[in-house]
Design a protein around this ligand. Structure first.
Ligand code: NAP
Length: 256
């Protein structure tokens, strides 16, 4: 018997087999969840479809989260196919590459707006559509964040500001949706090699720094993040909402 037997979930943010959302999907599926997947653009469908197929997914839908009509279409299809929803995983972030190379001071209005829209506002948009399908079902919504929301990480820049907004959104959404029995939480993951992290200048330096300074003296894996995601998606965390949980080999506790 799995922890998620009979549960229905939707995963946003699988780009390839290195995506943190993919590690989470595998873990949730192993515990019995039936999953739907989305992909951002047609180019990505080629990579996402075989992965989703391998977990027997029946729903594989296009969703650019900056497009309200696509979000609405996704949840309409989820409703007609699943009838309800128990789990939503938000593993989406984007910022212009040039904004992750220069000083934060140089961030353009458009670059700021884009990072906030894709990386932070999308959680609220998705939660608003998911909530009616989760009513009365102890739903769990989870997102992925990074420590650059709290402390200055060189060149994380506009993404750090978007993650601060995302984490605040988690708390406001948890307060709004708590009375309906829906929980909203974030995992603050340590650096992991993925498509998105490859866009951050000096990412290798971040990996080396964590390895040298974190209490566990190593980096974390996507599978370790997925373990905490399973905890947050399941009844094991039934009393937990509005939290940011670190899966970072302890890096965040260090002062010096
Ligand atoms: P990833 O595999 O590149 O995943 C990022 C996902 O965001 C991709 O599937 C990407 O799709 C999607 N996305 C971007 N713009 C989108 C849009 N407009 N609409 C819909 N989807 C869009 O990288 P990842 O590292 O696993 O990132 C997942 C989450 O973990 C992100 O929130 C990231 O900030 C967070 N995180 C990552 C690390 C790390 O070190 N890797 C650490 C802490 C937190 P496309 O490829 O099609 O754009």
């Amino acid at each position: 018997m799995g922890l998620l037997d009979g549960r229905k979930g939707i995963i946003f943010g699988v780009a390839n087999e290195k995506s943190i959302a993919w590690a989470i999907a595998q873990k949730l599926h192993k515990e019995g969840a039936e999953l739907a997947f989305t992909f951002a653009g047609e180019a990505l469908e080629k990579r996402v479809r075989p992965l989703a197929d391998s977990l027997g997914a029946k729903l594989i839908l296009q969703c650019d989260v900056t497009k309200d009509d696509q979000i609405e279409a996704v949840f309409r299809q989820v409703q007609s196919s699943f009838g309800h929803l128990d789990i939503l995983v938000h593993g989406i972030a984007f910022a212009n590459k040039e904004d992750l190379k220069t000083d934060f001071l140089n961030t353009s209005r458009d670059g700021f707006r884009l990072a906030q829209d894709v990386s932070a506002y999308s959680l609220t948009a998705l939660a608003r559509h998911a909530a009616p399908l989760m009513q009365g079902r102890a739903g769990s919504i989870l997102t992925l964040t990074y420590y650059g929301s709290e402390k200055v990480i060189p060149r994380y820049n506009v993404m750090g500001v978007a993650k601060a907004s995302l984490e605040a959104s988690v708390r406001y959404l948890a307060a709004d949706l708590g009375p309906k029995g829906i929980r909203v939480n974030a995992i603050s993951a340590g650096p992991i090699r993925t498509l998105a992290s490859a866009g951050i200048s000096g990412f290798l330096e971040m990996l080396h720094h964590v390895e040298a300074k974190a209490p566990l003296r190593r980096n974390v894996t996507a599978e370790e993040v997925a373990g905490t995601a399973l905890y947050l998606a399941s009844d094991l965390s039934s009393g937990v909402t509005g939290e940011v949980i670190y899966v970072d080999a302890g890096y965040n506790i260090m002062g010096m």
